[in-house]
Ligand binder design. Structure first.
Ligand code: GLC
Length: 500
C-alpha cells in the first residue's frame, strides 16, 4: 500500500463558496479506477479535438477579418461592429468627479471616480451580487434595482456626518452607465439592446432602448444623476487603458463574456456615412466579436461538447466564438467531457456521480485551480473532486483532468489570439506593434492565459507577432466609463453633441 499524504488549506471561489481542503492521497485501489494507460489513450483523443494548429488559426483570422469588415459596411451583420459615438482618444487631462454604474455579467457595481488629469485617478466603489432571478425577470425591474443601488451609494457618499446632502440644490451628478451587452447606438446616451448575452434573459428588454429604461428608473427613485453616456466594458477598457498608456490600440475582455473594441477611422465605417460625421474623425468600435461565426458555424472548430453547450444554452446558435472562450462556458465544456467518460464506464465506476451531472456545477475557476496545483499528488484536484462532487480520484485521473483543463484553456487563449490578430491585421498594426489592454477573470486569474495568447499571436504572425503585447488593463467599466462621461461633457459644452 502506498503511504498517505496530507495537505490542507482553503480557497474562495468566484461564486462566493469557500472550500476547506483537508486531503490525502490513497492510491490503494478499493474502487475500480481507470488505469494510467486508459487515461493516456483518452487524452490523445481530446488532444486532437481541442488543439488548434497555426495553419487553422490563420484560416480563422482571415474569416474573422472578413466578418469585421462586413460589420463596418452594413448594419445588422453577425459581428455587429457597433459605432459607439466615443470620438477619439482621451487627452489624459480629463478631470472631475464622475459616477459609473457597471452592469456586467456577474455583479452590479457603483463607482465614484475622481479623475485627476495626467492619467491619474482615484476610485471608491460598492459591489452588489445579481441573482439568477434578477437576470431573467422583467427588464424594468433590473433597472429599478440598479437605480436603487445607485441611490444608496449617492446617499452614502454625498452626505456629511449629520446626514445632510453635500449636493447643491438641483445639482446632478454626471454618470457613465456601463452596460456590457450588444446595443446599437444612435448617440452616446442611447442604445437599443440587440440581444442579451452571458446567460441573461430579462424580459421585455431586447429591441428596446435600455438607456431610456434606465432613465425611467432613475426618475422613479429620484436619484440626482444625469446619464451622460451608455458604454460597453470593452470601449471603457480601451479608453481607460489609453488614458494611462497611449500605446494601447485595442481592448479585450476575457471574463464571463469575451469581446473587443478598437479605434476606427470614421471614413472607413461605411454604414454611418449618411450621418455626415467629419471624415477625419475617429470613433471607437465595439466589435461584439463574441458573435463571430454564430448561426452558420462555418469557421470555428466546434467539438460535440461545444455543440451541447450551445444547444442547451438560453440562446442556441448565438455567441459562437464566446462559447468557446469565455469563463461562463469553459468549466461546462470540461464537465461534459467528464460526463461522457462516466457514461462510457471509464471514470468513477461504482461511485455516485450525480453531483457532477448538473449543468454548470463545474466552475471555470476549478480549471484555473487544477492547472495551478503545485503538488506532485495534485492535492488541490483531490480537494475539488471530493469536496464538491464527493468522488474519489486516482493520480492518473487527476493528471488527465489537469491535462484536459490545459487543452480547453489553451484553445480559448489561441482562439482569442485569432480575434486580436484579425484586428491587428485589418488595422495594419503589426509592423509598428501595439499594446492590447486586457481585463476579465480569465485574463487576470487563469494561469498562463496571457502567455498562451502571445504564443498564439506568434503562431499566426511569426516573429512579428511579438510586437503585439497584451497587458492588464485599467478598470474600463469604472474608470473608463468615467473618462468617457468626462469626454462627452467636454463635447457637449463645446456644442459637438450628438455626433458632429
Ligand atoms: C459579452 C457582451 C459584450 C461584452 C462582453 C464582455 O460578449 O455581449 O457586450 O463586452 O460580454 O463583458
Amino acid at each position: 500500500m502506498v503511504a498517505s499524504r496530507r495537505g490542507s488549506g482553503s480557497i474562495t471561489l468566484p461564486s462566493g463558496q469557500t472550500m476547506a481542503i483537508h486531503t490525502r492521497t490513497h492510491e490503494d485501489e478499493d474502487l475500480p479506477h481507470a488505469t494510467k494507460k486508459t487515461m493516456a489513450d483518452h487524452l490523445r483523443k481530446y488532444e486532437s479535438l481541442f488543439t488548434l494548429t497555426p495553419q487553422r488559426m490563420r484560416m480563422i483570422v482571415e474569416a474573422f477579418k472578413d466578418s469585421l469588415e462586413l460589420g463596418l459596411k452594413k448594419p445588422e451583420q453577425v459581428v455587429p461592429m457597433i459605432p459607439t459615438f466615443v470620438f477619439g482618444w482621451p487627452s489624459g487631462k480629463e478631470s472631475g468627479d464622475f459616477l459609473a454604474l457597471d452592469l456586467g455579467g456577474t455583479n452590479l457595481r457603483v463607482c465614484l471616480v475622481t479623475l485627476q488629469g495626467e492619467g491619474k485617478f482615484e476610485m471608491t466603489q460598492t459591489k452588489y451580487r445579481l441573482t439568477e432571478e434578477q437576470k431573467q425577470d422583467e427588464g424594468q425591474k433590473l433597472f429599478d434595482f440598479c437605480a436603487e443601488c445607485l441611490k444608496t451609494f449617492v446617499d452614502t457618499n454625498f452626505t456629511d456626518g449629520d446626514g445632510k446632502s453635500l449636493l447643491k440644490p438641483g445639482e446632478m451628478l454626471p454618470l457613465g452607465f456601463t452596460f456590457s451587452y450588444p446595443c446599437v447606438q444612435e448617440r452616446i446616451d442611447h442604445g437599443k439592446l440587440i440581444r442579451w448575452t452571458k446567460g441573461f434573459g430579462a424580459l421585455n428588454t431586447e429591441g428596446r432602448d435600455v438607456a431610456e429604461m434606465f432613465r425611467r428608473s432613475i426618475q422613479k427613485y429620484k436619484v440626482p444623476v444625469v446619464m451622460t453616456a451608455l458604454i460597453n466594458d470593452t470601449t471603457g477598457t480601451l479608453i481607460a487603458s489609453s488614458y494611462v498608456n497611449p500605446r494601447t490600440k485595442i481592448a479585450v475582455i476575457f471574463g464571463t463574456g469575451c469581446n473587443a473594441a478598437y479605434m476606427e477611422n470614421v471614413k472607413d465605417i461605411d454604414k454611418i456615412k449618411d450621418l455626415g460625421i467629419d471624415e477625419k474623425a475617429q470613433m471607437a468600435i465595439n466589435c461584439e466579436w463574441g458573435a463571430f461565426d454564430s448561426f452558420e458555424h462555418e469557421h470555428l472548430p466546434r467539438t460535440k461538447y461545444d455543440i451541447i453547450v450551445d444547444e442547451t444554452s438560453n440562446k442556441p446558435g448565438e455567441q459562437a466564438f464566446e462559447k468557446l472562450i469565455s469563463g461562463r462556458y469553459l468549466g461546462e465544456i470540461l464537465r461534459l467531457v467528464i460526463c461522457e467518460l462516466i457514461d462510457e464506464g471509464v471514470l468513477f465506476l461504482g461511485q455516485e456521480t450525480y453531483k457532477l451531472e448538473t449543468p454548470y456545477v463545474f466552475e471555470t475557476a476549478f480549471l484555473s485551480l487544477m492547472e495551478s496545483d503545485p503538488t506532485d499528488e495534485l492535492l488541490m484536484i483531490i480537494g475539488i473532486f471530493t469536496h464538491f462532487f464527493a468522488v474519489e480520484t486516482t493520480l492518473a485521473e487527476r493528471q488527465f483532468f489537469r491535462a484536459l483543463a490545459m487543452l480547453i484553456g489553451r484553445r480559448a487563449a489561441r482562439l482569442s489570439a485569432c480575434g486580436i490578430a484579425a484586428i491587428v491585421s485589418k488595422m495594419g498594426y503589426l509592423d509598428e506593434g501595439c499594446l492590447v489592454g486586457a481585463d476579465g477573470s480569465l485574463y487576470n486569474k487563469y494561469p498562463g492565459f496571457a502567455e498562451r495568447v502571445h504564443e498564439g499571436l506568434f503562431d499566426v504572425f511569426g516573429e512579428k507577432g511579438r510586437n503585439i503585447i497584451t497587458h492588464h488593463a485599467e478598470d474600463g467599466s469604472g474608470v473608463g466609463s468615467a473618462i468617457i462621461a468626462a469626454m462627452t461633457k467636454v463635447r457637449r459644452d463645446a456644442g459637438l453633441y450628438p455626433n458632429v
